[in-house]
Design a protein around this ligand. Structure first.
Ligand SMILES: NC(=O)c1ccc[n+]([C@@H]2O[C@H](COP(=O)([O-])OP(=O)(O)OC[C@H]3O[C@@H](n4cnc5c(N)ncnc54)[C@H](OP(=O)(O)O)[C@@H]3O)[C@@H](O)[C@H]2O)c1
Length: 340
């Protein structure tokens, strides 16, 4: 394989068997772009949904999936002023959202959905759609941040402000949830973590969980959460599942509680009673990752607080199908692919 070729994994249709390695030309960066030699790519649950044809049914092929990558800048366009060759960078997934209000139409410029994804040895970022990678993290660790880290951070530190001593209920032990747990511990929040596995719950305790609930053996986990908070309910729930799960989330919330709608692991719709919303003055917020300024603030916090992302398993660039299959098993934290 020549050093001037760009190895990628490309979808020619839906289904894992249609995701294949290909070789192409290394792209040329435009005047305001960075050419980046990727080092590591992390997977998110939605990558499996895209490969399976569930999330973007009208996707155009060929398509390189995944959204999260860390790499080294190897060339810059003539007008670039924010970055230099040699810097280690992360891509900002919603590329046209630098700060403040979201763009009028979200996801017209999103890595790994409306823009090409990151499963390539070379990728191009707009200079306004990249951030320096935290120096405290390895390539594998840094690759986990763009979606999972930023979504948890945005829900907890940007869309609202954490109040030390308050409670937050975090569902499951996947990528977003373990970042949320680590941020909760850092912010002085009391985190209640749910999981299908007692073994994973033990590991969540090591990461700072205040209370744990097995949602398989305790399907009425909302009542358990209320009991654990002296009948008051929790202040914030990160909804990762949808469907009837959200009804339980609502029931677990205290007065003036907050419901952050993040995931659709179980269903693509939610329904719940209106009265509890009004009676308890619940705020509901839909989340869509976050903006670049928040990404920079999060990275600063990760460095300052010494937070190390939880990586379940690292796969090689020849093991992409196995890595995507691992998502089906429910990872503890993140799955990362090195692109060497
Ligand atoms: N809105 C956004 O911006 C945004 C950003 C990122 C992700 N998401 C969404 O958030 C969800 C999680 O994403 P991810 O990448 O963190 O997933 P992931 O890493 O694949 O994590 C999956 C984990 O979810 C847990 N889970 C599955 N069913 C559950 C249930 N019924 N109740 C509680 N937990 C359950 C499992 O934990 P246990 O094994 O411990 O049971 C599993 O390990 C996905 O739906 C994803 O599409 C949304």
């Amino acid at each position: 394989m020549g050093t001037d070729s760009n190895r990628s994994w490309q979808m020619s249709g839906f289904g894992l068997s249609n995701l294949q390695p290909v070789e192409g030309k290394i792209p040329d960066p435009g005047p305001h772009e960075l050419l980046v030699r990727t080092k590591a790519v992390s997977l998110n649950y939605k990558d499996k949904m895209i490969v399976d044809g569930v999330l973007i049914p009208d996707l155009s092929f060929p398509f390189v999936p995944t959204s999260d990558a860390v790499g080294e800048v190897v060339a810059v366009g003539g007008a670039v002023s924010r970055f230099k060759v040699g810097q280690r960078v992360l891509g900002q997934v919603i590329a046209d959202w630098p700060d403040g209000d979201a763009p009028a139409v979200l996801h017209q410029h999103t890595l790994g959905s409306s823009l090409p994804g990151m499963l390539s040895q070379h990728v191009v970022f707009g200079e306004d759609a990249a951030v320096p990678a935290p120096a405290s993290l390895s390539d594998v660790e840094a690759a986990t941040l763009p979606i999972a880290g930023l979504t948890a951070w945005f829900a907890m530190a940007e869309a609202t402000r954490p109040v030390p001593g308050q409670t937050i209920l975090i569902q499951g032990t996947g990528g977003v949830s373990l970042f949320a747990l680590q941020f909760a511990a850092a912010f002085g929040l009391r985190a209640l973590v749910t999981s299908s596995s007692d073994e994973k719950l033990e590991r969540a305790k090591d990461l700072g969980a205040w209370r744990t609930i097995n949602y398989r053996t305790q399907p009425a986990w909302d009542e358990t959460a209320r009991a654990m908070t002296d009948g008051l309910g929790v202040n914030h729930v990160l909804e990762m599942v949808g469907g009837d799960n959200a009804r339980r989330s609502l029931n677990a919330l205290a007065a003036d509680g907050r419901l952050s709608i993040i995931g659709l692991l179980g269903a693509t719709e939610i329904s719940f009673p209106i009265l509890s919303f009004m009676r308890n003055r619940i705020t509901v917020q839909g989340l869509s990752i976050g903006h670049r300024r928040a990404f920079e603030r999060m990275n600063q916090a990760i460095e300052a607080l010494g937070i190390k992302p939880v990586v379940d398993k690292v796969y090689g660039f020849d093991e992409v199908p196995q890595a995507i299959q691992h998502l089906e098993k429910g990872p503890f934290g993140k799955i990362v692919i090195t692109t060497a």
